[in-house]
Write a protein of this length. Structure first.
Length: 294
């Protein structure tokens, strides 16, 4: 409520992505053509799909306005607090569970991001849901609970692709848990992976049909690698003081220019950014190690 105005900007443009499925059923960005022609809508896989779909589901009344986003974030935030308390009781924390819920309710980063059109709020909810599903699986390791846990973690992946690493680690951990026979563990891990695959398959199939390439997550990975491994950032690390924050504006502008040069082909632009990041790492391995620590 105090920072309601921050819901108007669209820094990552998720609101824009959510508006087009409502209007014409396409997850994409408008691309300007010739001066006489109207902008065309170009499908994209640059951002993960779940958050735009959530915005579209809540925003059909006001065209994905600030009110519908505020409602979505408020419900997700309150649900996260309540589920953290539920999780604390499943972990047998007793009265300390209230402190866990209070800490989540008062977390400054979560509070700040709740008034931004970004994925942190729903991703946190999905992380807690995933932990609850995995806790239930640990207490009573059944196939149905493994399937549910796989669905919950896969939804988190569709919100933020970094959860894919978590999902892979969970599958390995299920196999290595010694409490049950190996065949049983294999069934549980397989069920977890299959359920997650079923949830993620429609997005992957859509990308094959649109881009003629298997894209399970996004076309954002190359840029992310380059964002953390470029000459400007490495130079910043050599001179920065404690608490200084690097501004990536120039890098962002350069990447937008490259995308325009590639006629908004995000696959080519992502590959180019990936090659830039790898080349920078090879030229400056010591700076790469320092950046990892940073």
């Amino acid at each position: 409520a105090a920072d309601y105005g921050s819901l108007r900007p669209d820094p990552d443009p998720y609101r824009q992505l959510a508006q087009h499925p409502l209007a014409d059923g396409t997850l994409g960005y408008p691309i300007a053509g010739d001066a006489a022609a109207a902008p065309r809508l170009q499908p994209t896989a640059y951002r993960p799909p779940l958050y735009p779909w959530m915005l579209a589901a809540f925003g059909w009344v006001d065209g994905v306005g600030s009110a519908s986003i505020a409602l979505l974030h408020a419900l997700a935030g309150v649900a996260t607090v309540l589920l953290v308390y539920r999780l604390s009781q499943a972990w047998q924390l007793g009265g300390w569970g209230w402190w866990a819920a209070v800490l989540v309710a008062c977390d400054p980063i979560l509070l700040n991001q709740s008034s931004r059109v970004m994925t942190e709020t729903p991703a946190t909810l999905l992380a807690v849901l995933g932990l609850l599903g995995l806790t239930r699986l640990t207490v009573v390791p059944t196939i149905s609970r493994a399937l549910l846990a796989g669905v919950l973690v896969a939804l988190a992946v569709l919100c933020r692709p970094t959860f894919l690493v978590w999902g892979a680690a969970i599958a390995v951990a299920i196999l290595l848990t010694p409490q049950s026979p190996f065949r049983r563990r294999l069934w549980l891990a397989g069920s977890f992976v299959i359920a997650g695959g079923v949830v993620m398959t429609p997005w992957a199939v859509r990308n094959v049909l649109v881009f003629e390439r298997r894209i399970v997550t996004t076309t954002h990975g190359g840029y992310t690698l380059w964002l953390g491994n470029n000459e400007e950032f490495y130079g910043f690390l050599d001179q920065a003081g404690w608490g200084d924050v690097w501004d990536s504006q120039r890098l962002d502008e350069q990447y937008l220019r490259v995308r325009r040069e590639f006629l908004d082909d995000e696959l080519r632009a992502d590959r180019w950014a990936y090659e830039q990041g790898v080349a920078t790492i090879r030229r400056h391995p010591a700076s790469f190690a320092k950046a990892c620590v940073f």
